[in-house]
Design a binder for this molecule. Structure first.
Ligand code: COA
Ligand code: AMP
Length: 629
């Protein structure tokens, strides 16, 4: 069956399609049906089945004879460490960790925040939660204490599992003081914290609250997998929205198991036993779906890489990992390739390694620019496949399903709708636009298994953010078009979210931080084009009347403030002071126009602009930062 047949089979009978896919998963009690629509527009999948994520990702492979197969390869060029963990070792380690958490009171439905770098223990912590039916929420290490505090207050975790430190190429990230500060700032307090002490930094434990990762596991009874309902939350993952308050995307257990397992063969074309490498971080959705759950559920070997595409130690690191560990599929963000291309444009490092085992490169997380795709194609001589998805969906909305049929690649398009997704391009009134015309990209409800059913503690926000603009559809927040062959093109966001090095960031969140500076009266943050990271945030600051402090000093303080409050991941390094911001007569800041000026792109003077002369002031300020030339 080709792509058209498989997509058609799904469309004709989605229930049969997903029930068939569910046969690949172990159920303690089989679900009676796939879709549960009695709470529509909140849809659930496999709700009355009983299963367990950890059992499917770990134990069943041991029971089916894969116990000696490597489950995790840890490769850390930063610490010069390599380690492998077999499925049986993983089962034993996770069962003990889960037993220790259970002994301290963690059970089904309790939330556990995980704040850890790219080490195998981060995966073990996630799997131990899944084993107990506890709901994990992993917080990316590049977020600062305040962001962690916001997540602590929203998820109200019983426990937090953290490492003593993370390691960036040029510095140690001191997690423990960040954790302590976050708990101080948060209203909710966890019962206890588990600290994994890395040899690079031993953190001070707080008596009565903190326990040592190794110590608290000593002598405990290992825990078995707890059967949970198909609609039991597997995790919460916070992602950026329009405001500074992150959205807690929920993933349900049954849908995630079925969908991710289905993607491993059908989209990525790997078989159990193959080595799959998603060069991302467990703090992002790519890490959840394709460092941890997808590969392990499917019986693959996954790679935990603690390093960067360049500088650890050189732009040949990716090729070394591929050769050394026999990686069949590499999945990363285009930024990683732009970084490598910048340091090794002629591919001298590529030539040093044997990449014959590599089958395909998959890209996602941000727009894959044609130059990067062509360079990767030329260097690797392998298919380079763009696919499009988001934290909310957990797996590809559009892609090229290599395990079903390799469709022709159209550079600039992540290809076609995956089974489960009915993609529509709509105008503002919700009418379908013609092929080739731009519009908002919306997905007909229900979304498939493995996507978000709602937001944690925020069903109204879920409905308002995603379901209200186009009744009967999920609004992706992306704008784009579809061609005559059904290939989609993702052009821009329709909200104030920007994408920096494949990281999704809220300009609204940064504006909230800038506005808290005592000298700032008003501000706006936009995403300007950046050759390496795709976009970079840039802030405009209007100062309080009478403030006569040097502008450069205030801009510098604002850069420091964003780093302190949101974290280094915001990569907020550009700020300038302006007298006024361009606005419409109704007071809306014209951010899109400022982006066009910064990127030296043509723009139409907005008909509703209050004072067009302000745009000249903005251009001058941007030129001072090296933009708008
Ligand atoms: N913990 C703490 N700090 C972190 C961090 C983490 N896990 N990850 C990144 N940071 C810090 C970086 O050290 C950097 O700090 P700096 O301002 O002191 O230099 C800052 O956050 C910005 O990080 P990043 O945007 O990643 O930039 P970079 O210059 O360190 O690296 C790339 C640039 C392109 C090499 C890097 O972004 C990359 O490898 N991207 C691959 C794509 C990817 O993983 N995307 C994730 C989604 S798929
Ligand atoms: P995140 O939730 O962090 O994964 O970010 C999701 C957003 O990243 C999407 O809504 C898009 O704006 C963007 N994105 C992800 N993948 C692609 C892609 N292949 N092409 C273009 N944009 C993408």
């Amino acid at each position: 069956m080709g792509y058209a047949d498989v997509y058609g089979a799904w469309k004709t009978d989605p229930e049969a399609f997903w029930m068939k896919a569910a046969e690949e998963i172990h159920w303690f009690k089989e679900p009676s049906k796939a879709l549960f629509d009695d709470k529509a527009p909140i849809y659930e999948w496999f709700a009355d089945g009983l299963t367990n994520t950890c059992y499917n990702a770990v134990d069943r492979h041991v029971e089916n004879g894969r116990g000696e197969q490597t489950a995790i390869i840890y490769d850390s060029p930063i610490t010069h460490t390599k380690r492998t963990i077999s499925y049986v070792e993983l089962r034993n380690r996770v069962a003990t960790l889960a037993g220790a958490l259970r002994a301290k009171g963690v059970g089904k439905g309790d939330r556990v925040i995980i704040y850890m770098p790219m080490i195998p223990e981060a995966l073990e912590a996630m799997l131990a939660c899944a084993r107990l039916g506890a709901v994990h929420s992993v917080v990316f290490g590049g977020f600062a204490a305040h962001e962690l505090a916001v997540r602590i207050d929203d998820a109200t975790p019983k426990a937090i599992i953290a490492a003593s430190c993370g390691l960036e190429p040029n510095r140690v990230v001191h997690y423990k003081p960040l954790l302590d500060s976050a708990i101080d700032q948060a209203t909710h307090k966890p019962d206890f914290c588990v600290i994994y002490q890395r040899e690079q930094e031993v953190a001070q434990l707080i008596e009565g609250r903190d326990v040592n990762w190794h110590g608290f596991q000593y002598g405990v009874e290992p825990a078995d997998c707890v059967p949970v309902e198909g609609n039991h939350p597997a995790y919460i993952l916070y992602t950026s929205g329009t405001t500074g308050a992150p959205k807690g995307v929920i993933r349900h257990t049954g849908g995630q198991l079925v969908a991710l397992n289905w993607t491993m063969k059908n989209i990525y074309n790997v078989d159990p036993g193959d080595v799959f490498w998603a060069a991302s971080d467990v703090g992002w959705v790519v890490g959840h779906s394709y460092i941890v759950y997808g590969p392990l559920i499917h019986g693959n070997t996954t790679i935990v890489f603690e390093g960067k595409p360049v500088g650890t130690p050189d732009p040949g690191t990716f090729w070394r990992v591929i050769e050394e560990h026999n990686v069949k599929v590499l999945f990363t963000a285009p930024t990683a390739f732009r970084a490598i291309k910048r340091e090794d444009p002629t591919g001298e490092y590529v030539k040093k390694y044997d990449l014959s085992g590599l089958q395909t490169l998959f890209l996602a997380g941000e727009r894959a620019d044609p130059d990067t795709i062509k360079w990767a194609q030329a260097m690797l001589d392998k298919p380079v496949i763009d696919h499009w998805w988001q934290t909310e969906t957990g797996w590809a909305i559009a892609g090229n399903p290599l395990g079903i049929e390799a469709l022709p690649v159209k550079i600039g398009s992540p290809s076609v709708a995956m089974p489960g997704y009915d993609i529509h391009i709509l105008d503002e009134a919700g009418h379908e636009v013609a092929p080739g015309e731009l519009g908002a990209i919306a997905l007909k409800l229900p979304l498939p298994p493995g996507t978000l059913p709602t937001l944690w503690n925020a069903e109204d926000r879920f409905k308002k953010s995603y379901l209200t603009q186009f009744p009967g559809y999920y609004e992706t927040g992306d704008a784009g078009m579809k061609d005559e062959d059904g290939y989609v093109y993702i052009m821009a966001r329709t909200d104030d979210v920007i994408n920096v090095a494949g990281h999704r960031l809220s300009t609204g969140g940064m504006e909230e931080v800038l506005a808290s500076h005592p000298d700032v009266a008003e501000c706006a943050v936009i995403g300007v084009a950046d050759a390496l990271k795709g976009q970079a945030p840039l802030g405009f600051l209007c100062l309080n009347a009478g403030c006569d402090r040097p502008h450069a000093e205030i801009a510098k303080e604002c850069v420091t403030l964003v780093r302190q409050e949101i974290g280094p991941v915001a990569a907020f390094k550009l700020a300038c002071v302006v007298d006024r911001l361009p606005k419409t007569r109704s007071g809306k800041i014209l951010r899109a126009t400022m982006v066009k000026i910064a990127d030296s792109e043509p723009f139409k003077m907005p008909a509703t602009i209050d004072d067009p002369e302000i745009l000249d002031e903005i251009r001058t300020a941007l030129q001072g930062l090296g933009f708008a030339n």
